[in-house]
Write a protein that binds this ligand. Sequence first.
Ligand code: MG
Length: 471
Amino acid sequence: MIRFSLKITTLSSHLPSFPPISYNAGMALKISISGVRGTIPDSLTPELCLDFAKAFGTYTNGGMIIIGIDPRPSSEYIKGIIYAGLLSAGCKVIDIGIAPTPTVGIMTKLLRADGGIVVTASHNPLPWNGIKFMTPEGLFLNEKKAAKLIDLYEKKKFRVATPQTVESNDQAIALHIKKVLKVVDINLIRKKKFRVALDGCNGAGSVALVELLKKLGCIVLPINCDVHLPFPHNPEPIPENITELTSYVQAKKTDVGFVVDADADRLAIVADGGFAIGEELTLALAAASILEAAPNAKARKHTIVTNLSTSRVVDDVAKRYGAKVVRTKIGEIHVVEEIIRQEAIIGGEGNGGVIFPQVGYNRDSLAGIALILHYMAKSGQPLSKLARSLPQYVMIKSKVDCAGQFEVNEWLEKVKKSFAGEEMVTKDGIKVVFHDSWVHVRASNTEPIIRIMAEAPTKEKAENLIKRITG
Ligand code: MG
């Protein structure tokens, strides 16, 4: 039997009361609100995958489940085990094959399924893989629902019923693209015949994104868009992993370059000339695109939802259009639930995650790409110019090891003392907010560390904010 260290569960009082988070550094296994993630073959074992599938089959009462995978070599193997677990609980399985995470969400809702499963380790490199679970609405499980699933997994009293069928559905990507094309002015984009470089990391977005760009009349220059080949680089679309695309955009003189992670829910952008504008600006540019296109944006006072650690450039964009920004705890589901509550026009995260409710309630690189191209087409300006027109900030991300709740409290006390009298937001650790800068200190949801992030107009100012805490 696998035993999980409770190192993290004692970490922070802001974590949910039920401990949906277990972490075992030695075995590289994480069970959390985001699902289960581990390494193959040592920690994400067949027994564990089978029991989680049985638990989800029990959780959905033997319902109809949509399953999609990313193209890592172990994904088919894990999918086979999940089939067995779901079927043993009496589920019906609809397999949509290799598909971006947001596509699974859209199909789960569209086909009125009882749940969705994505086999992916998202931005993690090999040998990682993982399983993510979705509600009938195509949303990730929230804390309460994840706790219920993990409880079922731990108790191991699984539903046993006559297995239903396994069917495949090869329409998922086409349906997703159709949804995206409905929410932008296709003709406006098509007329521009944008030259677009695309680095799919040979991941789940490779096919879908090429297809989408073609439908938008773009001249597509794909690199790393073959799902039969291994990842050409670490799939996390952060600056050190996207240099191939940066050079390619420059060499081929394309109008833009897009790069996504392995399950295509995070999008980073390289502007014309090889100007890597990265992940933090993706949401800001997508928000500018939709607000620019929204009739009477100023009078409507739209809402943008993002998390506490996302760049304040989103606030600057919102201000331009009279919109307001609502900030949530870290974690995609918190952003999504707030988008629904606020009926927000758009939301997302600073890691390149754009959530566009008109398409779906998942971080969606397809929606993000369509919105960016729409913004470029409507403005008639190069993307580099659009990006440079936004206020420039420097964000620094730092972390310190932290063994338990006592240390977390010590760090938070230090923040309170160092910034006494300043505006503080305490819904997820402590964020100290100034008029053009901020610093945020919080316990990680997935690792035994404290994250310290700061953003300011200059590197020096951001560093100083961090130094006031770390000394
Ligand atoms: Mg991802």
